[in-house]
Design a protein around this ligand. Structure first.
Ligand SMILES: [Zn+2]
Length: 116
């Protein structure tokens, strides 16, 4: 029995392109679902932290505030960022309840270093 011929790099890429075109909707759907699950899991994990300003621990109102807006690279939960990028971004933030978050942005509340 003859041994099957190995594909060239170009043939492999062409087969991948054909597979992608034939299964495009399924692949996009699975990737979207996987990314959403990753975002949801991260959101749930980070909702365990109480507000740094008032101590509110209602997970439904916890948001993540960038301490230095000039260092902000992206919104944490906008998409499923790669792990390293995501966690580096989290380190720039503090958890705040929605109420305190608004007050900080309106200069009605200030986080002092001893609160951080
Ligand atoms: Zn608060």
């Amino acid at each position: 029995m003859p041994r099957p011929r190995l594909l060239t790099r170009e043939e492999t890429l062409e087969r991948r392109r054909q597979y992608y075109q034939a299964h495009k909707e399924e692949i996009i759907s699975k990737n979207t679902l996987r990314n959403q699950l990753r975002v949801d899991a991260r959101r749930e994990l980070l909702s365990e932290f109480p507000c740094k300003a008032c101590g509110n621990n209602d997970s439904t109102v916890i948001q993540w505030h960038h301490l230095d807006p000039t260092e902000k690279e992206f919104e944490l939960f906008r998409t499923a960022w790669p792990d390293e990028q995501f966690w580096n971004e989290v380190l720039k933030c503090v958890p705040l309840c929605a109420n305190c978050h608004v007050k900080i942005h309106k200069d009605m509340l200030c986080l002092l270093p001893m609160n951080l």
